[in-house]
Design a protein around this ligand. Sequence first.
Ligand SMILES: NC(=O)c1ccc[n+]([C@@H]2O[C@H](COP(=O)([O-])OP(=O)(O)OC[C@H]3O[C@@H](n4cnc5c(N)ncnc54)[C@H](OP(=O)(O)O)[C@@H]3O)[C@@H](O)[C@H]2O)c1
Length: 362
Amino acid sequence: MATAVRRVAVLGATGSIGRQALEVIDASPTLEVCAFSSGSSPLNALASAHGAEHVQVGGDLAALLDACEPDIVLNAVVGFAGVGATLWALEHGVTLALANKESLVAAGDLAVAAWGRGGGLLLPVDSEHSAVFQCLEGRSREIVDSVVLTASGGPFRNRSLAELESVKVEEALAHPTWSMGPKITVDSATLANKGLELIEAHFLFGIPYERIEVVVHPTSVVHAVVRFRDGAALAHLGYPDMRVPISFALGYPDRPETPIPSLDLAAGMTLEFEAPDLQRFPLLRLAREAGVRGGTYPCAFNAANEVAVAAFLERRIGFLDIATLVEGALAEATGTAAGDLDELVEADADARRLTEGRLAAA
Ligand SMILES: NC(=O)c1ccc[n+]([C@@H]2O[C@H](COP(=O)([O-])OP(=O)(O)OC[C@H]3O[C@@H](n4cnc5c(N)ncnc54)[C@H](OP(=O)(O)O)[C@@H]3O)[C@@H](O)[C@H]2O)c1
């Protein structure tokens, strides 16, 4: 029997994940694109090359998804702008391949509720979460002791606090193991990315924060580890290449072939791990605190971080100022839980205003 072709809405198609997803889709006989979106980049050439009927530059992604009725939504938008699409897919029970971690961080409670109502699949594209998903698959949470997310440590793993004062934008954009869009690359350098992933893991897997650990693992070969109550642990290993988790999510549950080589252990591979330094990388601590406080604190963390990273990329502030701004905004935020998307959008806007105010005063 022929396998049905599944129609994918590729949101954030012009970005790093979007372009790699297109490679995966082009190589698959069972996937086709039905829609493309971008923030501001033109899409017409891409759409005609892939036969996508629906395109949208900026604007309301829910309207695009209503129009194209996809089988899979690949959310590879960067930032809070991806929230509407995440909630749309979860509410409609449409399979969501989620790269846009910010949406689950900002809208975690609303997203989990929508997922419960919609009852569809939520497949993480983040490599660490894809790894946890695979280690947990088919196992009850009761037997899980804890989850470990690995972090490469970024380009500044060995820099002193004094050296971090003066790092340049170009240095922050030179990631040692992953090639990614500018926002997540800076987040990886500050470890805010791992903070976002910690909150993302909490909502994705329903695991309390105290059972989610972050360890630094410079070569990014082990993506995650799940420890079980009997003392055993399962790890997920692979070369760092996002086409693997993208392919896993879009091809689920078939685990299609990819061009990525299998792991060559005999070639001499060392696996090193160390605890993250929360003194030099306070955004990981701030994310954990925001997650534990709950309500819209994670939303405020995300919003303040987005504003601060944009200011760093525009060279308006230094590298360490990113954490200072986020800490200040979190101290002022009310954290009041959001009952719906409008309230969440308000909390996001409030945190942005607080951060912009601090930026202007600096
Ligand atoms: N890159 C990775 O390896 C990686 C790994 C794990 C998770 N992720 C996550 O995946 C997401 C995308 O990351 P990326 O590295 O692919 O980012 P990216 O290269 O910067 O691409 C972002 C995409 O989002 C679009 N976009 C930007 N602002 C938008 C807005 N306001 N409304 C709608 N669309 C907008 C961009 O369109 P324009 O071209 O018009 O700007 C682009 O298509 C992020 O949440 C990131 O954390 C990425």
